[in-house]
Design a binder for this molecule. Structure first.
Ligand SMILES: Nc1ncnc2c1ncn2[C@@H]1O[C@H](COP(=O)(O)OP(=O)(O)OP(=O)(O)O)[C@@H](O)[C@H]1O
Ligand SMILES: [Mg+2]
Length: 248
């Protein structure tokens, strides 16, 4: 009798703690959102006056002065992108609402059409095979595949870029694979790539802020799924996603 009531008490304590943690988490995210949002205004001012300085006083600045100004403006643009990505990250809602039936193949085809210009520039060949219907928020599912396919295009190797998107249904789930033959990465950094602002390849060679995969992980986790990857330097990468299936 006491055993059961003790266990019940312990369970209640755990539930209360989990609730508190969830609340604190949400508070922190709200804080990050507000901070990022409010940082935009002074930054806009820095950029606007920087640009004005460049147009109105260009002749008065010597070469060194012009160089400083260009650096200020480039750093501001980069900061603006960081802030925008941070806002995007904090906006992935706690529980995606409403949950729709998303035809994954259709969503992926739409993303590919949005990425057409990038695909042409890289000269990539993208193949999409049969994909399941999933339960989710369509805009988030699209964002997920947009980030993964954009990465596959960006981190292409020397040979022609091939990207394949397919699924391998098992008895209990249906993992989805986004595979490329690009530059790849060392799997010992696997945990790092899903963390906000973490990148393995230099910003001078590949543009970006390092938020794409952090957003992907947040989206799949909020859908009750998971994301991981397999890769080796020089041998391409495969990102593996599981999402709740429509039929479950
Ligand atoms: N398909 C891939 N092939 C090789 N490396 C990758 C691939 N996808 C991601 N990475 C590595 O993981 C890092 C994190 O990826 P992520 O998408 O979060 O950032 P990003 O693409 O650099 O910037 P952003 O997505 O914000 O534009 C990348 O900088 C890169 O080093
Ligand atoms: Mg990216």
């Amino acid at each position: 009798m006491t055993d059961i009531s003790d266990r019940k008490k312990a369970e209640e304590k755990l539930t209360a703690l989990a609730g508190k943690l969830e609340f604190r988490n949400r508070e922190l995210e709200q804080f990050a959102f507000i901070a990022a949002h409010d940082l935009q205004e002074p930054l806009r001012k820095i950029m606007a006056f920087g640009e004005r300085l460049g147009t109105k006083y260009r002749e008065k600045l010597d070469e060194e002065g012009k160089d400083y100004l260009i650096r200020i403006l480039n750093a501001s643009k980069r900061m603006q992108q960081f802030i925008r990505d941070l806002i995007k990250y904090t906006r992935v809602a706690a529980r995606p609402e409403p949950l729709d039936t998303v035809d994954l193949r259709e969503a992926v085809m739409e993303v590919i059409s949005d990425l057409e210009i990038k695909t042409e520039r890289v000269g990539a060949n993208i193949e999409v095979f049969e994909l399941p219907a999933v339960k989710g928020e369509k805009s988030q599912i699209r964002q997920l595949f947009q980030n993964l396919i954009a990465n596959a295009l960006k981190f292409h190797g020397e040979e022609q870029s091939h990207i394949r998107i397919y699924s391998r249904p098992t008895d209990h789930d249906c993992p989805i694979f986004v595979e490329d033959n690009g530059i790849g990465f060392d799997e010992k950094y696997l945990d790092r790539i899903f963390v906000p602002f973490q990148r393995l390849h230099g910003k001078s060679a590949y543009e970006g802020t390092g938020m794409g995969l952090a957003i992907c992980r947040k989206i799949v986790e909020r859908h009750g799924g998971s994301i991981t990857a397999k890769s080796k330097p020089g041998e391409g990468s495969t990102f593996i996603i599981t999402l709740p299936l429509e039929c479950n």
